[in-house]
Design a protein around this ligand. Structure first.
Ligand code: NDP
Length: 294
C-alpha cells in the first residue's frame, strides 16, 4: 500500500482563501488587518522567511510592515520598538523573527513576552500558552495550528485517535499536544529520554515528528495505515532539505504522509495570515465591548 500524500500547497491555498474572505469581511467593518515583522540583523534564511510573509500579506490584502533593525540592536531599543507597535492601531499582529543575534539571544523570552498577547501572532506569549493549555481561545503557534487544520481539511479523524508526538519543544511539540487533546485525541508526547520509542510510535494512529534529525522515523516505527506528519526541516546539503521521516520507505507503510519539502512547512505562513486576522477580530471585539474577549 502506498500512502496518500498530503501536499501542503493545496491545504495552504485553502487556509489562505479562508483568511482572505475574513480580511474582506473585516474591511467592510472598517478594519484593515495589519502585521508587523521585526527582523534584527542580516541572517539570510530569516530574510527569505520575512520576505515570504510580506508577500503573503500583500496577496491577501493584509497591511504589512517589515521593520529591519541593525545586527547590533540592543535589548532596550528592540523592546522600545515592540512597545511602539503594541500601541500602533494599524498593527494587529507583531512577530519578532528568530533567531535573534547573539548579543540579545539570551533575552529572547523577555523580548517576546513584551509583545501584547492580543498581538502575539506567533502564539509564544505565556498568556496565550496558558489560554491554550486551559482550553480557552488563544493565538496558537502557526506550525502546529497548521497541522491540525490540515488534518481537519484532509478528513483524518482525531477524536479518539491515539496521537504520538516525538519532540517537546514550545514551538511545535507542546502546543501540538494541547491542540490534539482539544480534538479529543489520546496523546503521547515523546522526547529524547523516552524509553522503547518504537513500541510507542507503532501504536500511533497519528504520528507527528518534530525532532530535527533527518530520516529519524523509519518504516518499522510506523503502524500500517497511520497518518504521519513530518514537521522536520533539515538542510542535508546546500540545496537539499530532508524531513525527520524516511519518506520513501515510510510512505509504503503509512495511510497518509506529508512530504518535505512541500508539506507542513507551507502551512506555517498560511496560519500566520489566519492568526493576524484572528488578532484583528479580537481587537475589534475588544473595542466594541471595552474588554478582553476573543
Ligand atoms: P527542538 O530542537 O526544539 O526540539 C527537538 C525535540 O526532539 C526535543 O524535544 C528533543 O527531546 C526531541 N528529540 C531529539 N532527539 C530525540 C530522540 N533521539 N528521540 C526522541 N526525541 C528526540 O526542535 P523544534 O521543535 O523547534 O523543531 C523540530 C523540527 O521541526 C526541526 O527540524 C525544525 O527545523 C522543524 N520546524 C519546522 C517548522 C515549519 O515547518 N515551519 C517550524 C518549527 C520547526 P529533548 O526535549 O529531550 O531534548
Amino acid at each position: 500500500m502506498t500512502a496518500k500524500i498530503l501536499e501542503g500547497k493545496a491545504f495552504a491555498a485553502q487556509i489562505k482563501a479562508e483568511a482572505g474572505k475574513q480580511v474582506e469581511a473585516l474591511k467592510t467593518q472598517g478594519v484593515l488587518p495589519g502585521l508587523a515583522v521585526v527582523i534584527v540583523g542580516e541572517n539570510p534564511a530569516s530574510k527569505v522567511y520575512v520576505r515570504n510573509k510580506h508577500k503573503a500579506c500583500e496577496t491577501l490584502g493584509i497591511y504589512s510592515e517589515v521593520i529591519e533593525m541593525p545586527a547590533d540592536t540592543t535589548k532596550e531599543v528592540l523592546m522600545a520598538k515592540i512597545d511602539a507597535l503594541n500601541v500602533n492601531k494599524r498593527i494587529h499582529g507583531i512577530l519578532v523573527q528568530l533567531p535573534l543575534p547573539q548579543q540579545i539571544a539570551a533575552y529572547e523570552s523577555e523580548i517576546l513576552d513584551r509583545i501584547d498577547p492580543r498581538k502575539d501572532v506567533d502564539g509564544f506569549h505565556p498568556v496565550n500558552v496558558g489560554r491554550l493549555v486551559t482550553g480557552q481561545p488563544a493565538l496558537v503557534p502557526c506550525t502546529p495550528a497548521g497541522c491540525i487544520r490540515m488534518l481537519e481539511l484532509a478528513g483524518i479523524p482525531m477524536d479518539g485517535a491515539h496521537a504520538v508526538i516525538i519532540g517537546r519543544s514550545n514551538i511545535v511539540g507542546k502546543p501540538m499536544l494541547h491542540l490534539l487533546l482539544k480534538k479529543n485525541a489520546t496523546v503521547t508526547l515523546c522526547h529524547s529520554h523516552t524509553k522503547n520509542l518504537q513500541e510507542i510510535t507503532r501504536q500511533a494512529d497519528i504520528l507527528v515528528a518534530a525532532i530535527g534529525k533527518p530520516y529519524f522515523v523509519t518504516a518499522d516505527m510506523v503502524k500500517p495505515g497511520a497518518t504521519v506528519i513530518d514537521v522536520g526541516i533539515n538542510r542535508i546539503a546546500p540545496k537539499k532539505l530532508a524531513g525527520d521521516v524516511d519518506f520513501e520507505n515510510v510512505k509504503e507503510v503509512a495511510g497518509a504522509i506529508t512530504p518535505v519539502p512541500g508539506g507542513v512547512g507551507l502551512l506555517t505562513i498560511a496560519m500566520l495570515m489566519q492568526n493576524t486576522v484572528a488578532a484583528a477580530k479580537m481587537q475589534l471585539k475588544q473595542e466594541e465591548y471595552g474588554k478582553y474577549e476573543s
